[in-house]
Design a protein. Structure first.
Length: 505
């Protein structure tokens, strides 16, 4: 009965793509239905046109039928099971039998069904971390109504050719498997909206990938992709694309066509540049390009009108394009560990709230830097700054400031106007004095933490009677914190003594 069911599926498959027509062959290979199974290799002059053993024939029959070789068994006209070592007799009539697919049986068991055929009405299949090693060849035709498929954390190395028959599929989770290649016609999944393929072994994507016109979210992190197909620019509905930790050296020229893209993650690749039309990503809001090899940004970069968050740490940028200051929606930028020598003159016109550029080669900041009136966090550690512009005091919203490991010998007179400043790092500079604006009774009243080590402390006058008001406040905070720690320690000691039976609480 099982063989009959299997043969029924094979007959349907043969009608769809396997050539099963009478022909002249050294031997006739037929299904139980009487249909002849013909592979190209059996044609005159083919690799097996003069096959001498069943072992040479069986793999080609399996390929023609789209099944694994172990399922193909051959029986002689006399009803004898033929072994691989048996010869192929000229004009022999050989019957092709298919064994029941063990993958079908396994899948049915995992989903609590008596038979694979009983899964036809399934719309949602979830089998994460169930040690699934493969899907049956008939999978796509066996669950035609499937909409959501979760197979994360299994042992899949490939998808069956029938997979693209899942025309109702909208969400697919395949992360943490061993898939090295997608079917060439993967783009036939026209309703697919969500695709998770992180932590596999993909080295390329099929050209048909761009036919997934409904696709909104794609995660391809931690693969081995060296390039993307040109067709990727056709993904008109795409909003979120993750390609972290691959081996990309460039993006296709069509990449700028992704007009609906809102979030793009390209960390830990090998990108040396971006396409000139990159600025055409009109909807882009978050961009992560950490740990690449970028040496410059295209002039069109300033056209990213919706960009709010930009992460470019650990690249090789020596400068920013003049158009950078046109990013009127930009709130957060991280440029740590690049090779920047200067910032654009109009940098202070950006609506930034957080800016980090530590580990660069900045010698100065633009005169209008203080125009960043919304800035709350500023990181400029380990640069070569020798002075700050007088406009620096205009950073009235600034709360956290890192300026350690620079070459500052003085602070601007306006420094004391940083009324919101709570945390200040000035260690390892060349400071010998503080501006008068920092010494008034009401100066820097919000300051809670300051680090001044590695400067000429004795010459700063911090130990004199007229010490800055913010240091008085810090002393109070330290005493309160110390008192709290001492009280907590006393309670712990008392509790330990009580446990030993020496003190009653």
């Amino acid at each position: 009965r099982a063989l009959g069911r299997a043969l029924g599926r094979v007959r349907a498959r043969a009608g769809a793509g396997v050539r099963a027509t009478p022909a002249e062959m050294p031997a006739s290979f037929r299904l139980l239905s009487g249909e002849a199974v013909i592979a190209e290799v059996f044609a005159e002059g083919g690799a097996l046109s003069e096959a001498s053993s069943i072992g040479e024939v069986r793999p080609e029959l399996a390929l023609a039928l789209g099944v694994v070789q172990d399922r193909v068994k051959l029986v002689s006209a006399a009803g004898q099971l033929l072994g691989d070592e048996d010869p192929v007799l000229t004009d022999a009539d050989v019957q092709v039998c298919l064994l029941l697919d063990p993958l079908e049986t396994r899948l049915a068991e995992l989903l609590g069904a008596p038979h694979f055929e009983d899964l036809g009405g399934k719309q949602d299949v979830s089998l994460p971390n169930r040690d699934v090693t493969g899907l049956p060849e008939s999978f796509g035709g066996g669950v035609p109504l499937l909409r959501k498929l979760r197979l994360s954390g299994n042992q899949l190395s490939a998808l069956p050719r029938s997979f693209t028959k899942l025309q109702a599929l909208t969400e697919l989770w395949l992360e943490d498997n061993h898939i090295a290649r997608l079917p060439e016609d993967f783009g036939c999944l026209e309703r697919l909206r969500f695709l998770q393929l992180e932590e596999n072994e993909l080295t390329c994507l099929p050209e048909s990938f761009g036919d997934l016109r409904a696709l909104e979210t794609v995660a391809l992190d931690c693969n081995a992709l060296a390039c993307l197909p040109e067709s990727i620019g056709n993904l008109s509905a795409l909003q979120k694309l993750r390609l972290v930790q691959n081996e990309l050296t460039q993006l296709p020229t069509t990449f700028g066509n992704l007009k609906g893209l809102r979030e793009l993650w390209l960390n830990r690749n090998r990108l040396a540049g971006l396409p000139e039309n990159f600025g055409s990503l009109a909807s882009l809001r978050k961009l992560r390009l950490v740990r690449n090899r970028l040496q410059s940004l295209p002039l069109s970069f300033g056209r990213l009108a919706e960009l709010q968050a930009l992460y470019l740490e650990d690249n090789q940028l020596a400068s920013l394009p003049d158009t950078f200051v046109e990013l009127r929606s930009l709130k957060s930028v991280n440029l740590d560990n690049n090779r920047l020598l200067a910032l654009p003159d109009s940098f202070g016109k950006l609506p930034l709230e957080k800016f980090w550029a530590s580990g660069n080669r900045l010698r100065r900041l633009p005169e209008g830097f203080g125009g960043l009136s919304s800035l709350t966090e500023l990181g400029l550690r380990s640069n070569a700054l020798e002075a700050l512009p007088e406009s620096f005091g205009g950073l009235r919203a600034l709360q956290i400031l890192h300026l350690q490991e620079n070459r500052l010998s003085a602070l601007p007179d306006s420094f004391g106007q940083l009324a919101s400043l709570r945390m200040l790092w000035l260690s390892a500079n060349r400071l010998t004095s503080l501006p008068a604006s920092c010494l008034g009774a009401g100066s820097l009243r919000a300051l809670q933490l300051v680090r001044l080590g590695g400067n000429d402390v004795e010459r700063l006058g911090l130990l004199e009677v007229r010490q800055p008001a913010f240091l008085d406040q810090l002393s109070i905070l330290r005493r309160e914190a110390l008192s709290q720690r001492q009280s907590a320690a006393a309670l712990e000691d008392a509790a330990a003594a009580a446990a030993a039976g020496s003190v009653e609480l």
